[in-house]
Design a protein. Structure first.
Length: 256
């Protein structure tokens, strides 16, 4: 009788059992089947053992809860023309709409405060600006040329207690109103390490160089590049947009 070879391969454990049964002349039929059965029994025993060791755990929890990123008190600081002008009787509400309370930035700041639950602070000067838009811009441009720092009515009593600062302002002459820079410089040390978010209204100038001016005033603060902006004429209809922005940043009262 010829020699006979069996090869038994088990997947997916990548274990190969080669069984060679050499049957010589004179082997009995009973002895031949006994060796075959014994080989199969050993092979399946090894496979069952290996499978139990490699079985992955199904109890691992892969659901990670989303937590509110808010890690401290919030302060909403803003500068608005409406808060810094003496309203004349003959002011033109059409050509100078943002001077009539609430002004553009004041309205935006109020919505940020409502969404975040933070404290609200208005930057105000001791010498109010004209309520005529052209006259206001003329004074703002002069202050910019002279690098003036208009005197402020008051400062935040303890700005160090806040971890998150929202700062709102209008774009005046392609930059930041000088009272805003004065406020930041007064609080430069206390704003070191604080997270600052900017929001502003503008005409056609956009951000211009306002961000770089703010970074120079408070170099140790962390100023986010996630900035909210809107055109002046769109400010009054931007409540949903700016409150969604605050919520997406993780500072909505609803997330607490």
């Amino acid at each position: 009788m010829k020699d006979r070879y069996w090869t038994l391969t088990m997947s997916p454990n990548i274990m190969k059992v080669d069984a060679v049964i050499r049957q010589e002349k004179g082997d009995g039929l009973m002895h031949q089947w006994f060796k075959r059965l014994l080989l199969v029994f050993v092979a399946f025993s090894l496979i069952a053992c290996n499978t139990s060791e490699e079985q992955p755990s199904t109890t691992e929890n892969t659901n990670v809860p989303v937590e509110n990123v808010q890690d401290g008190p919030v302060l909403v600081v803003y500068f608005s023309w409406a808060d810094n002008a003496v309203l004349e009787d003959d002011v033109d509400a059409v050509s100078s709409p943002s001077v009539i309370a609430p002004g553009n930035v004041e309205q935006l700041a109020t919505w940020v405060q409502e969404e975040s639950g933070g404290d609200l602070f208005s930057i105000r000067v001791t010498d109010p600006y004209p309520s005529d838009w052209n006259d206001c811009l003329a004074r703002a441009n002069q202050e910019r040329r002279e690098q003036a720092r208009p005197e402020l009515v008051e400062n935040v009593s303890d700005i160090s207690q806040y971890d998150i600062i929202f700062l709102g302002y209008p774009n005046w002459w392609y930059g930041v109103p000088m009272p805003v820079l004065h406020f930041l410089e007064q609080n430069e040390n206390d704003l070191a390490g604080k997270q600052v978010y900017l929001f502003y209204s503008h005409g056609t100038g956009g951000l211009a160089n306002s961000v770089s001016l703010i970074e120079e005033a408070i170099p140790q603060a962390s100023i986010s590049d996630n900035i909210f902006d809107c055109y002046e004429e769109e400010a009054s209809s931007s409540q949903e947009a700016i409150q969604n922005w605050v919520s997406e940043l993780g500072y909505s009262q609803e997330l607490e």
